[in-house]
Write a protein that binds this ligand. Sequence first.
Ligand SMILES: Nc1ncnc2c1ncn2[C@@H]1O[C@H](COP(=O)(O)OP(=O)(O)OP(=O)(O)O)[C@@H](O)[C@H]1O
Length: 616
Amino acid sequence: MSWLHRELETMDPSIFLQYSPSPPNGLPQESKLATYMNRSTSTPTRSLNQALGKLSLESSPTAIKKVVITEFVPMNYFPPPSLLQPDSPESSSPSTMAAVPNTSQVHQENVGGTTYFYSTNSDSLNTSGALNSSASIGPSESCLSGAVGGAASPYATQIYSGTPTHMGPMTSKQGLAASFYMPETIRSEIYERNDDVFLQADMRQYPDLPENVEMYSELTPLESVAPHSIATSYRATHRQSGEHYALRRLHSYSTSITKRLEMWKQIDHPNVVKLHDWFTTKAFGDHSMVLVYTYHPACTTLMNKYLSGGAGNAANDANGAFHDPFSSDPDAPRPYTHQKNAMLRAVASGALLPEAVLWSLLVQLTAALRAIHTAGLACSLDPTKVVMNGCRVRISWSGATDALHANSTDVAQAQQDDLTALGRLALALACRTIHCDNLAASMELVARTYSADLKNLILYLLSSSTARRSVTDLMPMIGARFYTQVEALERRADVFEDQLAREIDNGRLLRILIKLGVVNERPELNLDASWSETGDRYMLKLFRDYLFHSVTADGRPWLDQAHLAHCLNQLDGGTTARVELMSRDEQSVLVVSYAELKHCLEQAFEEVMQAAAAEP
Ligand SMILES: Nc1ncnc2c1ncn2[C@@H]1O[C@H](COP(=O)(O)OP(=O)(O)OP(=O)(O)O)[C@@H](O)[C@H]1O
């Protein structure tokens, strides 16, 4: 037996006895329901049993403590362009709503002094919906899914599936967090990036910084500016688009030879920071060249994250980097014993990177090198010029070396140097220090800690044989670890996709809440002081009460966010499920479908929008 029938069986039988087949032409005029019911133009033609046969009552919040959350069936709705608000492109107004004739049919009955009003026009909504939709199917037919009684609905591809019934009402924060909100890890990663653009350097330290440089403003240094540096990095905002960019200024320098920069502009790779543009400027008081790159918030260099300070001290900082007693003077000569002891201490303190992390970094870096070398370029790989956010590695300031040494570099040799630099970087990461001058000791550590494949890869990259090495030769050495990387990325993509799907639905609920907020309790519209209290809006007011102001039998607020989300979803979907809306004097109950509520909301919101757009 269906849930509906079980529900009906448990209903007070008197509801059937007191049914009067006559039209509800005697609505109590003092009730604001009358203003809504006056929309009805025809008398009921169907029996109550017929009507109840279609009825799917939601339990009244005043009568229940527990909500049965049902899966709901999407209707055959198509959004009419006229009802889509420009600010809510994903608004899911059913097209049927626009075409629905005002033919509400109302049954009325009195149960224990409370008058129940049933509008029975949802069938006509459905029927016309199906007809209208088939007339307007067009291209969206291709995405039909979620067939209802044989009729597939593209709307089903949009509708939020809601909280599964087996989960029941959720009131604990933990359950809610797991079900509605993003996992903390993803949230904090995204927040960290969002926060990054609000971080401001103390601009009093940079009194000479120009306000505007070409189309860019709000320049914020990304590093402390050394007095004689030849290059400086900034975050800047594009004045027209408002987008953030990373600028690399090459001091007192300009070149007219930009062929390689053009080639760098063509490189669009997930592991290379994209070069967008370059220009020369006198805004800094000299003749500087500025290269414009994509800004990746909350970046840190590989040097800072894993290598700064070397492995001299077992104490890690927040990034997992070591503090080396020699770090205040990076050029201080390190005795052999220091290097070896530092590495051994790193092993002993468990500070060495897991091999999987090393391979992940190497796979990404080789992917970047492959793209760069294939394009006939080289990048002068350096741990201070590789940036990381999350688990993504990118080669930064690509092309800056080419701008500095315009066309003078031998590309073939530079590519060989890149491979050697990759070997040195891999060794440094494996030993957690850039001071790996003692190759034998460093390789001994690698051999002892990591797989033979990693050791062989580093040896290949560092080999000084005359044979020309190529980044494509690294692929067999990486071997099946490549699949591990791909699988990890796919898993990560799945998690993000899942979250994205939820956030899309959160966005829909926000939009519908905004619409309700705009309509409910509006003091007046078009000089009508009772606008929000009458007509369609009165239903919305009762719905708002039902949603947010329900109380338990003993008068306590009744709160269940799963139920709230469920009802808002039903409203957004405009489903045929019905809801009992009780007037504030508790004398009347209006039984209405979400489709009708949605129609009311769209109409009312449209009215407000039109009033807002009207010329004074
Ligand atoms: N595209 C980018 N988006 C955001 N931040 C970046 C980008 N590229 C680099 N960074 C960050 O900018 C900061 C400064 O980088 P930069 O290479 O200028 O540092 P540096 O070690 O001082 O080098 P140099 O002395 O050559 O200027 C680093 O923390 C780096 O993480």
